[in-house]
Design a protein around this ligand. Structure first.
Ligand code: DGL
Length: 288
């Protein structure tokens, strides 16, 4: 029923706009692919929902992406991956599904102080995916992991990250507290958070702190590239599909339209997406 070919799209799912931070890496590394994005903006945030709720909403989103004929799906949400990745893989055994887990391993490897902080939702912080990495990797490497959750962060990103907001103020203060604990690596364990990475790096520089900020985007794009290659599902480049050789150079990112489906759509969301993706992004919206 779902016959996948090289030209089938890659599906991405998040509770809201956060997964676009993963899409940006994918579009950069795999510019010949088509992408379909499902944002459950009606139900965002997921982070403080219970596990059964997160699992049901995720399976619903994945079924929609599956019906679009996706050849691979990225659950571009750490919270959804924490509670639905295993079930989703059982549900669609033929479909490669990539999940997200906070990039704690590289942070542990890079930490000089053996102290790292993971910023994520309550769901992700309590989930087994992250706690397995803490127990099997951070602890054996004598690294202390501080878990940090602020329920305002995802809504702040969904609201376009106004700098005068008290969430921005708390984040600034929190950086100082992390520094006081000797933390030298901050792991952005929620796909919404890379959108304020520049804000964090700016603050780190102006407070003269010695801290690095790590996220999973690059590694996920690499994983997707490998999986597509292994399954012989990588999109052909224009040169491959057009043997005349006069193909347009596809190096310019984000040229293929991103099909964006939101369970709740309004103009404010449209403006935010354009802001997050940059003005060259080409989008096609599907509203509910
Ligand atoms: N982007 C989602 C994540 O990575 C946000 C979760 C939420 O909606 O609270 O966890």
């Amino acid at each position: 029923m779902n016959s996948k070919t090289r030209s089938s799209p890659i599906g991405l799912f998040d509770s809201g706009v956060g997964g676009l931070s993963i899409y940006l890496h994918l579009a950069q590394q795999l510019p010949n692919e088509h992408y379909v994005y499902y944002a459950d903006t009606l139900n965002v945030p997921y982070g403080n929902r219970d596990s059964a709720d997160i699992e049901a909403l995720t399976l619903n989103a994945l079924e929609w992406l599956y019906q679009q004929g996706c050849k691979l799906i990225v659950i571009a949400c750490n919270s959804a991956s924490a509670y639905a990745l295993e079930t989703a893989r059982r549900h669609y055994p033929q479909l490669p599904i990539v999940g997200l887990v906070p990039a704690l391993k590289p942070a542990v490897a890079a930490s000089k102080s053996s102290r790292v902080a993971v910023l994520a939702t309550k769901a992700t912080l309590n989930g087994t995916l992250l706690n397995d990495v803490i127990n099997n990797f951070a602890k054996p490497n004598n690294t202390v992991v501080t878990k940090y959750f602020d329920p305002r962060l995802v809504p702040w990103v969904e609201a376009g990250m106004p700098e005068q907001d008290e969430t921005a103020f708390s984040l600034r203060q929190q950086l100082q507290l992390f520094a006081n604990e000797g933390i030298d690596q901050l792991v952005l364990g929620c796909t919404h958070y890379p959108f304020f990475k520049a804000f964090l790096l700016n603050e780190i520089a102006s407070q003269q702190l010695s801290m690095q900020v790590v996220d999973s985007g690059q590694a996920i794009a690499e994983r997707v590239r490998q999986l597509l290659a292994t399954n012989q599902l990588s999109a052909l480049t224009k040169n491959e599909s057009n043997s005349s050789g006069d193909a347009e150079d596809l190096d310019t990112n984000l040229r293929l339209p991103l099909v964006f489906y939101a369970t709740k759509y309004n103009d404010k969301l449209g403006a935010l997406i354009t802001r997050l993706l940059g003005k060259d992004a080409v989008l096609q919206y599907y509203a509910n």
